[in-house]
Design a protein around this ligand. Structure first.
Ligand SMILES: Cc1ncc(COP(=O)(O)O)c(C=O)c1O
Length: 278
């Protein structure tokens, strides 16, 4: 398997990472997951913009220019012969010794970039049948807009959901839904679509950008406003979005059917429009 290591595409076993890399020790770094369809990165420009924004928010200088990075990602997909799949890209602040919480002075540390590309088909079964979910407190920090490597809050939430016998967790903070363990969450109430506004409490999803545009095209009214947990009985449809899954219905929440307990009409329309856009 070939991977991207800084600016070079190399055999995976040639990569050398230091035990004092701050990404490894503190989760001090950022990442992106980019969908690949027919051998091409989907919405690559938007991913690069979010990567750049995340880097800025943690005072990390990208190791090299985004134009070159885009070229290298395309080369990686070509060399790995990925048709449908995903690229995982991460950048850590790099190695600094001895270990010290303080950000190293500028110029004393070199960020480390790695990326790999794997095949992954569209999860059409899950997109039809949907998932079950449970509502749990959002136990994450207050910078959820940064696509940070530190994902323990998300992982603990998913683990709790699975332990309770559900597929995923819908997170709630102060009585309002924020997002799911690894996706943005959307609700249909009175035939109108709602999702949490961008800001520090949620990740600004790339799929969200596309769904927003599709709503405008299809004439679906979209409100970027938080939905309260107390509105649960009014929810007619619920779905999750992320780059890898696209649009996936949530058919029950804490054992209560959402709508008719299957994929609803607005979800289905958006899924179809999403496929057409791809
Ligand atoms: C917490 C969280 N919210 C939202 C998303 C959706 O982001 P995107 O549509 O860019 O994949 C993700 C994706 O991994 C996520 O982890």
């Amino acid at each position: 398997m070939k991977v991207l290591w800084n600016e070079h595409i190399v055999d995976r076993d040639q990569v050398k990472l230091d035990i004092e890399d701050r990404g490894y020790q503190y989760g001090d770094g950022i990442y992106e997951v980019i969908r690949v369809y027919h051998g091409q990165c989907y919405m690559l420009e938007e991913h690069m913009q979010r990567l750049t924004a995340s880097a800025k928010k943690i005072k990390l200088a990208l190791p090299y220019d985004v134009t070159l990075l885009k070229e290298q990602l395309k080369a990686l997909i070509a060399v790995e012969k990925i048709d449908n799949g995903e690229v995982y890209l991460q950048i850590t602040r790099g190695m600094y010794s001895p270990r010290n919480h303080q950000f190293p002075p500028v110029g004393t540390v070199t960020p480390v970039l790695t990326a790999n590309a794997i095949p992954f088909e569209r999860p059409t079964d899950m997109q039809e049948r949907g998932l079950t979910a449970t509502v749990i407190p959002d136990q994450r920090w207050l910078h959820c807009d940064i696509k940070s490597l530190s994902l323990l809050g998300n992982l603990l939430s998913l683990d709790e959901a699975i332990e309770k016998g559900f597929d995923d967790a819908l997170l709630q903070r102060d009585g309002y839904f924020t997002e799911a363990s690894a996706s943005n969450v959307w609700f249909v109430i009175d035939g109108q679509l709602y999702t949490h506004p961008d800001g520090p409490l949620v990740l600004p999803g790339i799929t969200k950008i596309k769904v927003r545009a599709l709503c405008a095209e299809l004439g679906i009214s979209l409100h970027e406003e938080p939905v309260a947990i107390s509105q649960l009985p009014q929810i007619q449809e619920c779905f999750l979005t992320n780059s890898v899954w696209e649009i996936v219905p949530v058919v029950s929440i804490d054992g209560q059917m959402v709508g008719a307990g299957d994929r609803g009409p607005i979800t289905t329309r958006l899924q179809q429009a999403y496929i057409d856009a791809i």
